[in-house]
Design a protein around this ligand. Structure first.
Ligand code: FAD
Length: 294
């Protein structure tokens, strides 16, 4: 099923993200976690491509397995900056062969040694190539606080519009911990003529060290209120997990209360975190009771 069709509904939707394993040794345990998340019946799930330490070669396999077993529509990520056109096009064909019709088109981070292939500079070029390969539903990334490499937010929005015009059907944001940042971004995006659905990406921080890593990677602003939670509960794993799930759930409730209906959760590979969020929202996600059977 195309994600654009899911997003055209006015019902509240919730999607979860997983990442592939680093090595084949942990493939089975990652697939098991992804399946436990799929058993919660999210509206769709995404599998990253080489992010979070995962290996891109497993993305298609995990996405196809979950889609076939649980009938949960899958979004397979794809990055381009470290790939040749040939590799990208063969990956797109492999996605199609696995029955995947939704692709998250990303540039990818520039490697620390600065070495990149010459075929792609930006995600919009990847989007053009995916479109030339078939009728895919394409997602793109956006950054409410501006992409870390972009000096001026106005340029970031200008390039985002270019990316959407190249053929993005929807956008998903980088994590943020203050919803006002998202509302402000949404206003600026709409003002710039970006009219596709924009899904807020919510990252439940359930371990103190995860916060440091997330900020270093994204430059995301962390409210004092959240620092206080990490200071107070960071040394107590169970308490930190509970507080992180509740913080993310509160963000989601505020978003829904303000008319944002489609929410993407960076559930990593933690079924208990995905489940905790769904439980906190059970009356809000009406009619979605399957998780109780887990
Ligand atoms: P782009 O859209 O190309 O933008 C990158 C930078 O270039 C921005 O600063 C932008 O303003 C600028 N820019 C864009 N177009 C132009 C232009 N025409 N001229 C000049 N400048 C331009 N990484 C992974 O490795 N694997 C994943 O699975 C993954 N999933 C992600 C999912 C989401 C929802 C998000 C938000 C990020 C994800 N990332 C992933 C990280 C992403 O690859 C990085 O943030 C990367 O640095 C930028 O990717 P992009 O697709 O946004 O790039």
């Amino acid at each position: 099923m195309r994600i654009s069709d899911i997003l055209s509904s006015s019902a509240v939707t919730l999607s979860f993200e997983v990442f592939p394993p680093k090595t084949s040794d942990s493939f089975d345990s990652v697939l098991e976690s992804a399946k436990n998340i799929a058993a919660l019946r999210p509206d769709f799930m995404s599998v990253t491509y080489g992010a979070g330490g995962g290996t891109s070669k497993f993305t298609a396999e995990i996405a196809a397995d979950i889609q076939n077993t649980y009938n949960v529509p899958m979004l397979a990520h794809l990055t381009c900056v470290s790939s040749t056109k040939e590799t990208v096009l063969s990956t797109v064909r492999a996605y199609a062969e696995h029955g995947i019709e939704n692709i998250m088109a990303l540039r990818g981070d520039i490697p620390a040694d600065g070495k990149i292939e010459k075929d792609y500079e930006h995600a919009y070029q990847l989007i053009e190539d995916i479109k030339s390969c078939g009728d895919f539903c394409i997602g793109g990334a956006c950054y409410p606080e501006g992409h870390i490499e972009c000096v001026h937010k106005s340029d970031d929005i200008k390039y985002l519009k270019q990316k959407v015009d190249a053929g993005c059907n929807f956008l998903t944001t980088q994590m943020f911990f203050d919803n006002n940042i998202f509302y402000n971004f949404l206003y600026r995006a709409r003002e710039a003529g970006i009219n596709v659905p924009i899904l807020p990406g919510i990252m439940p921080i359930t371990k103190a060290r995860q916060l440091k890593r997330s900020i270093a990677m994204s430059g995301t602003n962390v409210p004092e209120r959240f620092y206080a939670i990490v200071d107070r509960f960071g040394e107590d794993p169970a308490a930190m997990k509970q507080a992180g799930i509740i913080y993310a759930s509160e963000q989601i409730i505020d978003l829904i209360a303000n008319g944002i209906t489609h929410i993407h959760v960076y559930s990593m590979n933690y079924p208990d975190v995905a489940m905790g969020i769904m439980k906190n929202l059970d009356h809000i996600l009406t009619g979605r009771k399957d998780y109780l059977s887990l």
